[in-house]
Design a protein around this ligand. Structure first.
Ligand code: PGA
Length: 256
């Protein structure tokens, strides 16, 4: 039985004061729902400490939106995995399509970040997903297979316990356009199969695969009701405490 993981990716929103307020609303609204669902908040780095103070002792996990692969040195502007741990993070998001699209991150760089994050003891959400052009040309399977092969093949079976995959079709992110539950399930099943080929069927059954891309309270239940959808990576709707809480509630009551 895989516990659903609902993660809020706040992207470039919420400096410390706003972040504190949003985290507090989420923490207070979550009372009693943490038994069925894992909840993770990923604010911008500058707000990690503020959110960390609010969620401390609540069971809500804290994560960053990216990490660099070196642990220290002359790398202006970067943040290292041990620093995230020191700042109270237990998680990091890797390979988000906005990092790939706007900052030139590749599958190879995702692999390096992943190794560094795991070495520091972080749990990782690794994002994969195709663009609209790739979907329309029938390349979805090839694209996500390559992303898994090049991004995650260095993992050993034990590492998978700390890896969550997120299927995020690029055409659904921030567009209000969601994959249909069938489209999501099809790719999630493929991803589970790819994990099975690498780490064995047992590990594949334990590995959580989140869906991301315009998840809202109105569509959460049908997406989360798919057999291989084990949670959601939520962008826009995670900035509204009541919308985010409604998605957590959907995960708590929806049998996968
Ligand atoms: P969205 O973002 O929910 O705003 O589409 C999801 C994501 O980028 O993780």
């Amino acid at each position: 039985m895989r516990r659903p993981l609902i993660a809020g990716n706040w992207k470039l929103h919420c400096g410390p004061s706003e972040a504190r307020k949003l985290a507090l609303e989420i923490r207070n609204g979550l009372m009693g729902r943490r038994d069925a669902v894992d909840v993770l908040l990923c604010p911008p780095c500058v707000s990690l400490a503020a959110v960390g103070e609010i969620v401390q002792g609540s069971g809500i996990a804290l994560g960053a939106q990216n990490v660099f692969w070196e642990t220290s040195g002359a790398w202006t502007g970067e943040v290292a995995a041990p620093m995230l741990v020191d700042a109270g993070c237990g998680w990091v998001i890797l390979g988000h399509s906005e990092r790939r699209q706007h900052f030139g991150e590749s599958n190879a760089s995702v692999a390096r970040r992943l190794r560094a994050a795991l070495a520091a003891g972080l749990e990782c959400i690794v994002c994969v997903g195709e663009t609209l052009e790739e979907r329309e040309s029938g390349a979805t399977e090839r694209v996500v297979t390559t992303q898994v092969r090049e991004g995650l093949d260095a993992l050993d079976a034990g590492d998978w316990a700390r890896v969550t995959l997120a299927y995020e079709p690029v055409w659904a992110i921030g567009t209000g356009r969601t994959a249909t539950p069938e489209q999501a399930q099809e790719v999630h099943a493929l991803l589970r199969d790819l994990v099975g080929q690498r780490a064995g069927a047992g590990v594949a059954q334990q590995t959580r695969i989140q869906y991301g891309g315009s998840v809202k309270p109105a569509n959460a239940a049908t997406l989360l009701g798919q057999a291989d959808v084990d949670g959601a990576l939520v962008g826009g709707a995670s900035l509204d405490a009541s919308a985010f809480l409604a998605i957590v509630e959907a995960a708590a009551v929806t049998p996968a």
